[in-house]
Design a binder for this molecule. Structure first.
Ligand SMILES: Nc1ncnc2c1ncn2[C@@H]1O[C@H](COP(=O)(O)OP(=O)(O)OP(=O)(O)O)[C@@H](O)[C@H]1O
Length: 255
């Protein structure tokens, strides 16, 4: 079966006035359709660089990045990208904000607006359609950003530390919501995070990267008994603590 995502011997070097930086080196990995994969690693090891290449923002210096078997050459409509900041436009209502991707792609119509409204309801944002971003809490804004990303029906969702600006309780609620949504809409996802617990509680597999230049150092499968639980309940499970320690020790060697 063709993988949803393939990194094939990917190396990325940045050139700047201060010289050349090899961010990622010989990174090899395949992610199957419907899988949810976490990437953890020391600061600056190239995690965001990997997501940017998946999103088609720039290409690798060598090697190839493929989506469903096709080389990535430009930003793809099959990708949704969610960042730490919500980037909602303050002068637009929530409904107009969540429809912005549909507008850009000339796909805004009665059916797609109804779908956006359905997503707002599923994210617990019913009634916020006519409001403006400043009238919403941080957690609500981030949920609105998630709706904006999902409204264009991406096949792949990239999450770059999407919860790091939120308080702990809101973060756990959002983790749960995202896992349910990915499952419901059969979306493949990649999560970059510094929070090992978050990666274990949400993902099917966790990739550990080395210090820069980032290489794939190890891969940990999240046991089925954790994956069957909600991100909140997973944190109570014995296997969660074992895996947390393994990941922690793996990363200690890298700091
Ligand atoms: N546009 C750029 N030009 C030059 N160097 C860059 C550029 N973008 C990133 N880098 C460098 O490449 C390396 C990898 O950066 P990247 O942001 O991908 O790492 P990261 O693992 O996501 O980091 P963090 O965990 O701190 O967010 C870093 O050393 C960074 O300074």
């Amino acid at each position: 079966m063709t993988a949803a995502i393939t990194f094939d011997h990917v190396t990325k070097k940045y050139l700047s006035l201060s010289g050349e930086t090899t961010a990622v080196e010989e990174f090899d990995c395949s992610i199957q359709e419907g899988e949810f994969v976490g990437i953890v690693g020391p600061s600056g090891c190239g995690k965001s660089t990997l997501l940017s290449m998946l999103a088609g923002l720039f290409g690798p210096s060598s090697g190839e990045v493929r989506l469903f078997g096709e080389p990535v050459t430009e930003p793809s409509l099959t990708i949704g990208y969610m960042l730490q900041q919500d980037y909602l436009l303050p002068w637009r209502t929530i409904l107009d904000n969540v429809c912005i991707g549909l507008e850009i792609q000339s796909r805004k119509n009665a059916e797609s607006i109804e779908y956006a409204k359905q997503l707002l309801r599923e994210m617990g944002l019913e009634g916020t359609e006519p409001k403006y971003p400043h009238q919403l809490s941080g957690g609500m804004r981030q949920r609105a950003a998630l709706v904006r990303t999902l409204a264009v029906r991406p096949k792949i969702l990239l999450l770059d530390e999407p919860f790091s600006a939120l308080d702990y309780q809101i973060k756990l609620q959002l983790e749960d919501l995202i896992v349910q949504t990915l499952d419901k809409y059969k979306i493949t996802a990649v999560l970059v995070t510094h929070d090992l617990g978050e990666a274990i509680a949400m993902c099917d597999r966790v990739l550990v990267m080395s210090t820069r230049p980032g290489r794939l150092k190890n891969v940990f499968e999240v046991p089925e008994d954790i994956r069957a639980l909600s991100p909140l309940d997973a944190r109570e499970h014995q296997s969660f603590h074992q895996l947390f320690r393994q990941l922690w020790e793996e990363l200690q060697d890298e700091e």
